[in-house]
Design a protein around this ligand. Structure first.
Ligand code: PLP
Length: 354
């Protein structure tokens, strides 16, 4: 049965993107982790990433890591564990990113109670101002605590960039992380397995040969799944056409482009504004703002104009289209990162894996 709206997911493209990135990273001494959150950790997507040569799967949400359990890959929890979930973190994640002493203590207790060892990467904030201690002394002290606690093992130092503050990964800030990592190693007499410098946003630096030697992990999501990195720019050697949204036309009518006697607010409490293009042929599609931010949709047929929408309808101007559309035809859209995220999350959008 055909089921719309649907998001088409090209698994072989994800595998190929992954393979390309694993190879590119290997040339720079980097072993990437594969981040599945954009695809809500669909096991098929996890498998596509593993097939491309990655062995460590990472996700922000514990519920997503649970979904990946049957794949039997190594797992990394990207978002700091909540105190309320430490038992499950120890159960379902091999490694977690951390920045709080009480959380480390709780993880330690949970690990001991479960007779497990849990690995932690301590996060340091290099100015992007999301997670991690901002002061080096704070991070050094947390690392000392991590080595002291039973049941947990300090295995790395990491930082996150280009997420909240839009701070770019640079040779300078990566060197700062590296120097701090060496200091942690020296102070505690240990070797850190992971120096985790950035997300896909760090690939450009790496490919320009400007990532300092010693940074040995990048956490890659957008680049594997969508072929994009810093500023959503395409990453060399990857494809950007993994995901496409397909919606079905349920009405085609010729109508004026300005509503008749418009005075009230629209369904979202806004005063709508209209461009008068005269009488136009319009198509209604069965998808709406409840599923995706319609301004983030890019019609593959570039003669289509997105006019607007409501919770459950998308209104298109198809007057200029050379392609013939009829009731039951489908319209394809390319998607931004945010739009893929929404479509993957919406239970109303069928996940069509190819
Ligand atoms: C989402 C996330 C990533 C992956 O980012 P991409 O831009 O998708 O590569 C890496 N690290 C952390 C901590 C994240 O939350």
């Amino acid at each position: 049965m055909r089921s719309y709206p649907r998001i088409n997911i090209h698994l072989d493209t994800i595998t190929e993107n992954t393979r390309q990135m694993v190879t590119a990273c290997a040339a720079h001494g980097v072993t990437p982790a594969g981040v599945t959150k954009l695809a809500c950790a669909l096991p098929e997507v996890g498998n596509a990433i593993l097939a491309g040569g990655i062995t460590l799967l990472a996700d922000s949400r514990l519920s997503n890591l649970k979904k990946l359990q049957p794949l039997r890959a190594q797992t990394l929890l990207l978002r700091l564990p909540a105190l309320s979930e430490v038992e499950e973190v120890v159960q379902f994640a091999d490694i977690s990113l951390n920045s709080e002493r009480v959380t480390l203590q709780a993880l330690s207790e949970a690990a001991r109670a479960l007779g497990k060892r849990h690995q932690v990467i301590v996060m340091h904030d290099l100015g992007d101002l999301r997670e991690g201690g901002f002061y080096e002394e704070e991070t050094l002290s947390l690392c000392r605590e991590a080595t002291r606690l039973p049941g947990i093992e300090l295995v790395g130092l990491g930082t996150n960039l280009a997420c909240y503050g839009g701070v770019e990964p640079t040779t300078a800030n990566q060197n700062q992380l590296l120097a701090l990592a060496r200091q942690v190693e020296k102070e505690n007499g240990l070797h850190l397995s992971y120096i985790s410098g950035a997300s896909s946003a760090g690939l450009g630096l790496m490919m320009r040969h400007e990532l300092p030697a010693g940074i040995n992990q990048l956490r890659l999501g957008a680049s594997l799944l969508m072929g994009i990195g810093l500023n959503d720019d395409p990453v060399p050697h990857t494809r950007q056409d993994t995901f496409q949204l397909e919606a079905e036309i349920i009405e085609i009518k010729v109508k004026p482009s300005v509503p008749v006697n418009s005075t009230a607010l629209d369904a979202f409490g806004n005063k709508p504004e209209f461009v008068d293009r005269g009488l136009r042929r319009r198509a209604l599609c069965a998808i709406g703002k409840q599923d995706v931010d319609i301004h983030e949709l890019m019609p593959v047929d570039n003669q289509i104009i997105i006019v607007g929408g409501s919770s459950d309808h998308l209104i298109l101007d198809i007057d200029d289209c050379e392609q013939h559309y009829e009731i039951g035809s489908t319209v394809k859209f390319n998607l931004s990162y945010g739009a893929v995220l929404q479509c993957m999350t919406s239970e109303y959008v069928y996940k069509h894996m190819i």
